[in-house]
Ligand binder design. Sequence first.
Ligand SMILES: [Zn+2]
Length: 246
Amino acid sequence: MDEIICLYVGKEKYETLAKVGHLFEYQLWDLKENGIYDDNGIHWPIEFFFSGDWKFMYNIMGLNAPNVKYFCLYCNCEAGERWNMDLQWPINENTKCKKKPVLFTAIKQENYVSDKLHLLLRISDILIECFFNDLFKKKEFEQQIKSQIEQTMKTIKVHFEFFKSKSHGKWEWTLLMGSDKKKVLQYFPVSQFILGKHDEDIEKLWRDFYGLYVVLRKPFLTNSEIDDFEIKVKQWIYLFCRPNQG
Ligand SMILES: [Zn+2]
């Protein structure tokens, strides 16, 4: 299969992307409607899909930023109700936010697929940040816990260090790539570092999130695997919201 790479040098901004997108809008429609004929005269129908990180997705889809009330790429769910797994939000289209025209009309709504890698990166950032922020509050952090964490990271073969930010004096840590984050989510012994009633819950959140990510990456899923995924995601959200209430 041939792959076509198109480089776009410009800002990730709706107005700029709209100008560029406009240049090949007609070609995309032509391909969608007519497909192509190869050298052997065989007709290939064409269907378009779109994938990217969230920011690129909402620009292309003409939607608003993820921090607004109606943030979702696929439905009308409200930011304040995100935690409530008893509510139903039919997956179709976000019609509540102030929409701009979609940039590529040749792509069907159901063919926008948000990127798994960024999902992994951003959610693991939140999990890791919550964990560290709890540890920073402890008085033994600098003398003891800091080096214990760094050592433990070594045992799971992740290069990792804490350092104090020069600008605001707060603790920061090595930026982890996707492959390192996967190791941390799978193997880091979270519960060794938190003593309290939530320690096992937090470790479970890390492990279960990794498990969900693995399912999401599978090239093929059966209907029952998809149903099971939905149940597990809801359980995960319940668990994620619980420690914050306590
Ligand atoms: Zn939604």
